[in-house]
Write a protein that binds this ligand. Structure first.
Ligand SMILES: C[S@@+](CC[C@H](N)C(=O)[O-])C[C@H]1O[C@@H](n2cnc3c(N)ncnc32)[C@H](O)[C@@H]1O
Length: 153
């Protein structure tokens, strides 16, 4: 499983996702443009030295990302989904795609996804922080695939 961030605009969130990715040995795709200079101090502060351990691929556009990962299943995490992330069967080659903090993803990206999952929330709540959403759903996917238990502690 990989994580892909669609045009993220908060540097600290990206740093947080990259740190988690380093700890769980997950590759990350960043679909540009980002809303901040990529080597931003706030991103480095959140990601710390873990950033050196991440398998990171930056894509200049949505189309470049699609071309790079042709054939892989795209699983969009979105508040607009009907599918509960706990009831989904994850596969090793899945890409978990997260939207921009300010605006999610455009309709064309939403429609292109092969699956759309929500992390359910209490009535009236709008959304979960992007990095938290990534962690919650990634944990379930890795649990199903036996990746976390393989770390052995
Ligand atoms: C802060 S949210 C975006 C909010 C934006 N206003 C919208 O309507 O999409 C940033 C990203 O986190 C993820 N996210 C946040 N809450 C989620 C939830 N409850 N279920 C699934 N994904 C969620 C989605 O990928 C979303 O695009």
């Amino acid at each position: 499983v990989r994580i892909a961030l669609y045009q993220p605009d908060i540097a600290q969130n990206v740093g947080t996702v990259l740190r988690l990715a380093a700890c769980w040995d997950i590759a990350v795709d960043i679909i540009e443009p980002c809303g901040f200079p990529f080597n931003d101090r706030k991103m480095r502060r959140a990601g710390m030295d873990y950033l050196d351990d991440v398998d990171l691929v930056r894509h200049s556009s949505w189309q470049a990302f699609l071309d790079y990962h042709e054939g892989r299943r795209l699983v969009l995490l979105t508040t607009k989904a009907a599918g509960n992330y706990c009831e989904f069967a994850y596969e090793e080659a899945d890409i978990l795609l997260l939207g921009r903090e300010s605006a999610g993803v455009p309709d064309a990206v939403h429609d292109r996804a092969d699956a759309r999952l929500v992390s359910p929330m209490k009535e009236g709540m709008r959304s979960i922080n992007m990095a938290m959403s990534a962690g919650v759903v990634l944990a379930e996917g890795l649990r199903q695939l036996g990746v976390l238990s393989a770390f052995n502690r």
